[in-house]
Design a protein around this ligand. Structure first.
Ligand SMILES: NC(=O)C1=CN([C@@H]2O[C@H](COP(=O)(O)OP(=O)(O)OC[C@H]3O[C@@H](n4cnc5c(N)ncnc54)[C@H](OP(=O)(O)O)[C@@H]3O)[C@@H](O)[C@H]2O)C=CC1
Ligand SMILES: N[C@@H](CC(=O)OP(=O)(O)O)C(=O)O
Length: 378
């Protein structure tokens, strides 16, 4: 495990957006990373950050970024960065992130564009940091092979929130067979300006485009392992046949139902699970296992990892977004109402801050892990 000995210059793409602003806030005081370059759309390029951004955070714009001039999202503008965080609109993230990777930049993306790519790890840092093992083969696909460029994505914000307790349960009690999740998602999940006030005030919208499908398949990639492929899946690289690691999809059956609710930040999710093991664990055993869960990211020394990955609430009316979304600066998840389910085995409620652990915080912990593992050389 390597820790940086001097500040690591980083860039932020989509720095003016909802996720970008969270990156700015978190990275402005980061112990290892220092903000070096900011990028956004042509609307913002050439302006000082404070003039380009519609700042929506509850803390002021950090002084160190106020005067930074926003650049175009082209790799040549970010060549001095060791790491690039992306909070780009998914309409443009695909092409831009590809150009950055090809220019040998390490990209940590929040966008959906590369999550399904079999050579791109989809990493929820509190769950599956072992998937960093996919990076060498991603680099080997290029000719010449990339020396330091790659893309790592983090998951959809609703997937991230509930997959953390699912992983903790599997660690404690063995495989899950089925999961049902119903989300109540905050408006900030739709970016800025997001959902029109006339659509969301005094209302619940029972549809978020593409969200249910994403939760259903992302869960299987994240909870699935990475295994060496057999020879029929080997690829010819530079004339040499190489056996590649493959993601193995978890056999879990997942059904998601997604709703937009009039909450500013924090996605609430009602989850029911069925265990393979019979008899299943009791609610009290589940409570204890979730509270005791320690992700490997925590023991490896990633500085942004929450001290408590999962906080278990005993009160019958918690978690609630307004009360619990900023606990640990939004880096952990809150779980409550753990009880027996008469259809599956156990049901509970999860609350996760969609812009923090659901987006920017996860990307930052992923980058910290990449440094610690030597995937990013500093
Ligand atoms: N909000 C959330 O809770 C979560 C969001 N995500 C994902 O993260 C990404 C960012 O989301 P969010 O911050 O909410 O979105 P926003 O709409 O708030 O911000 C989008 C950003 O992309 C920039 N951008 C737009 N067009 C271009 C362009 N042509 N070239 C360069 N930059 C451009 C914008 O710059 P400008 O201001 O100049 O227009 C802005 O900085 C999305 O892919 C989203 O799906 C993932 C998890 C959670
Ligand atoms: N769709 C999510 C946020 C998001 O942008 O998701 P994704 O990164 O999977 O596109 C929400 O509205 O809350």
């Amino acid at each position: 495990m390597q820790q940086p000995t001097s500040p690591v210059p980083v860039g932020i793409l989509g720095a003016t957006g909802t996720v970008g602003q969270r990156f700015i806030t978190l990275l402005s005081t980061h112990p290892w990373f220092t903000i070096h370059a900011l990028g956004a759309s042509p609307r913002s390029v050439g302006k000082a950050y404070k003039d380009a951004v519609k700042w929506k955070q509850t803390t002021p714009i950090p002084h160190i970024v106020e005067g930074i001039v926003v650049k175009t999202c082209e790799a040549k503008e970010f060549q001095d960065c060791k790491i690039v965080f992306s909070g780009l609109d998914s309409d443009v993230a695909g092409e831009i992130e590809e150009e950055f990777r090809a220019a040998n930049l390490a990209v940590f993306s929040n966008s959906k564009n590369y999550r399904k790519d079999p050579n791109v790890p989809l990493i929820v840092p509190l769950v599956n940091p072992s998937h960093f093992s996919m990076i060498p083969q991603q680099q080997a696909l290029f000719s010449p092979p990339l020396t330091s460029g790659f893309i790592v994505t983090n998951a959809n914000c609703s997937t991230t929130g509930y997959v953390i307790p699912l992983h903790a349960l599997e660690k404690a009690f063995g495989p899950l067979e089925a999961a049902l999740v119903t989300t109540m998602q905050a408006i900030s999940g739709a970016g800025y300006p997001g959902v029109a006030s006339l659509d969301i005030m005094d209302n619940v919208v029972p549809y978020i485009s593409g969200e249910e499908e994403k939760i259903e398949w992302e869960t299987l990639k994240i909870l699935g392992g990475v295994a060496e492929s057999d020879s029929t899946e080997a690829h010819a690289i530079g004339g040499v046949l190489k056996s590649f690691d493959m993601h193995s999809q978890h056999p879990l059956r997942v059904s998601a139902s997604c709703n937009r609710v009039p909450v500013i930040d924090g996605h609430t999710e009602c989850v029911s699970v069925r265990f393979h093991r019979r008899p299943p664990p009791s609610p009290q055993q589940v409570r204890e296992a979730l509270a005791a869960f320690t992700p490997t990211a925590q023991t490896s020394g990633a500085p942004s990892c929450p001290r408590h990955a999962i906080v278990v609430h005993e009160e019958p009316d918690r978690p609630q977004p307004r009360l619990d979304r900023y606990f640990q600066d939004g880096a952990g998840v809150s779980v409550g109402r753990i009880r027996q389910c008469q259809v599956l085995d156990i049901k509970f409620v999860v609350l996760a801050n969609n812009v923090s652990i659901g987006a920017a915080t996860s990307s930052i912990i992923n980058a910290e892990l990449a440094v610690l593992k030597g995937v990013v050389r500093v």
